[in-house]
Each structure stands twice: as structure tokens, then as C-alpha cells.
Design a protein around this ligand. Structure first.
Ligand code: Z5A
Length: 225
């Protein structure tokens, strides 16, 4: 019995990580087996790639190279963590996934769409998201939130981009939601924490009414990041 693969997408500071942690606790309390992962990252190899891309060390090699690195990290995360968990019937909550490549490398990075989709198909075979939440909010609101939690090293490679690029990414995510309405649900992430939590819970409850037989509740639970 395959689990459920749920991804969370959107701009910086949208509240994805906060909501993933909260939702995981809720689902575990409901008896589901839950795995949290993130992109780039999740596995030792992918976390090493994360450091390379987010530090800006790969920027000098161009957007195509960065796209390849994100795809390589994704391949490792999919093979090592996501697919095995789905095969066990686990609900996998992933902080960013393929839509971030479509938007950051495609829409704002100018990487060829066909090139990106070819890598996407190769890497996500057997691990396509069942459901994707797009956390939508004005980029300046998200960046202000993110700035509050930046460590001493300040903004990462992508947070430093100019506001126009952040706005283009926001539109890019909304276009994906429009193109794939069966997979994507847009959440108004500019609302208060309590309202965003409620919107997410309502959407999950509605979704689980239909797919519940696939995500079998288990007595044991685990979360990994
Ligand atoms: N990237 C890429 O280019 N291509 C790819 O294929 C992939 C990724 C997979 C990963 O960064 C970067 O890699 C990302 C895209 C690129 N760009 N950047 N930067 P990351 O994982 O480090 O960063 P992020 O995903 O943008 O995470 P984030 O900035 O931490 O945002 P978040 O997870 O959505 O937000 P949060 O950490 O839950 O919340 C941020 C703060 O806001 C925190 O203090 C919360 O308490 C607060 N918060 C949360 N919700 C609310 C509400 N509703 N109201 C008020 N305050 C709130």
C-alpha cells in the first residue's frame, strides 16, 4: 500500500517549515507514520549539495549547473528516503521539491524548460507528488519574516535576489497551481499562523476523505530531517 507524497512550495519565509512540523505532529497523533524531508537535502549526500548551492559556491558555473545540482540532490533524496518510505505506506512531507526547480531555475534562472522537465521526469519516476501546497504571499512579507531568522551568515544565494525575481517566482508557482489543479492547492500564507494552520487542516481533511485507504494509519511513527 503506497503512502502519500505531499510537497510544500512557495517563496521564502512563507511558513512552509513551520506548518510541516505542526502537520507532522498532528498526523502522527492521528496514528499515521510520517516522514519529514526537505530539498535540497534530506540525505547526507543531498545535504552536502545543499551547502554548495545555498552558499553560492556553484553560482559562478551558471544556472544550468545549479539545476543539475538540485536534480542530483533530489535523485538521492528520492532513492534513499522518499521512495522507500512511500513503499512502506508512510506519509512523506517534503519542504520544496520539483516545482522549486521549475520556478527558481526555470522561471527566474532562465534554464531551458525541456532540459528541466527531462531531469524532473528521470529523477522523480515513482515519486511524483500526490498533493502540493503552494504557500502564496507577497515576497516582501515573506522576506521580512525570513530576515528575522537569518543566522549571522545572512541571506542565502536565492534570498539575495532582487524583488522582481521574487515576484516572478510567486507568479511561477501560481501558474503551476493553475496548470495542475488536481495536484496543487494554493494557501494564503499572508494570514496569521492560526488561520494558515486552519486552512491547511481543512484542505488535508478534505483530501484524506478521498485517499484515506492509501495512507494506512500505523501504530509506530517516525519523523526524520
Ligand atoms: N531551491 C531552488 O532554487 N531549486 C530547487 O529545486 C529547490 C530549492 C528544491 C532553499 O532554501 C532554497 O533553495 C530556496 C529555493 C532554492 N530559496 N531560498 N532561499 P531554504 O530551504 O533554506 O529556504 P526556504 O524554503 O525559503 O525556507 P524559509 O525561508 O525558512 O521559509 P519557510 O520554511 O517557508 O518559512 P518558516 O521557516 O516556516 O517561517 C519563517 C518565519 O516566519 C519564522 O520565524 C516563522 O515563525 C514565521 N512565520 C511562519 N508562518 C507565519 C505566519 N503565518 N505569520 C507570521 N509569521 C510566520
Amino acid at each position: 500500500m503506497r503512502g502519500q507524497f505531499i510537497t510544500f512550495e512557495g517563496g521564502e519565509g512563507a511558513g512552509k517549515s513551520t506548518q510541516i512540523k505542526r502537520l507532522a505532529e498532528r498526523l502522527k497523533a492521528d496514528g499515521y507514520d510520517v516522514l519529514i524531508t526537505r530539498e535540497p537535502g534530506g540525505t547526507t549526500g543531498a545535504e552536502a549539495v545543499r551547502h554548495v548551492v545555498l552558499s553560492g559556491a556553484a553560482q559562478q558555473f551558471g544556472a544550468d549547473m545549479e539545476a543539475v545540482l538540485f536534480a542530483a540532490a533530489r535523485a538521492d533524496n528520492v532513492e534513499e528516503l522518499i521512495k522507500p518510505a512511500l513503499e512502506e505506506g508512510t506519509i512523506v512531507l517534503c519542504d520544496r521539491f520539483m516545482d522549486s526547480s521549475r520556478v527558481y531555475q526555470g522561471v527566474s534562472g532562465g534554464v531551458d524548460k525541456e532540459f528541466l522537465l527531462t531531469m524532473e521526469r528521470a529523477v522523480t519516476e515513482g515519486a511524483r507528488p500526490d498533493l502540493t501546497f503552494i504557500f502564496d504571499l507577497p515576497p516582501e512579507v515573506g522576506l521580512a519574516r525570513a530576515a528575522d531568522v537569518w543566522a549571522d551568515d545572512g541571506p542565502d544565494r536565492f534570498e539575495q535576489d532582487d524583488l522582481k525575481l521574487h515576484e516572478a517566482r510567486r507568479q511561477g508557482f501560481l501558474e503551476i497551481a493553475e496548470e495542475e489543479p488536481d495536484r496543487c492547492i494554493v494557501i494564503d500564507a499572508s494570514q496569521s499562523l492560526a488561520k494558515v494552520s486552519r486552512a491547511l487542516d481543512t484542505a488535508i481533511d478534505a483530501y484524506f476523505k478521498n485517499v484515506k485507504p492509501k495512507a494506512k494509519p500505523k501504530s509506530k511513527s517516525r519523523a526524520k530531517r
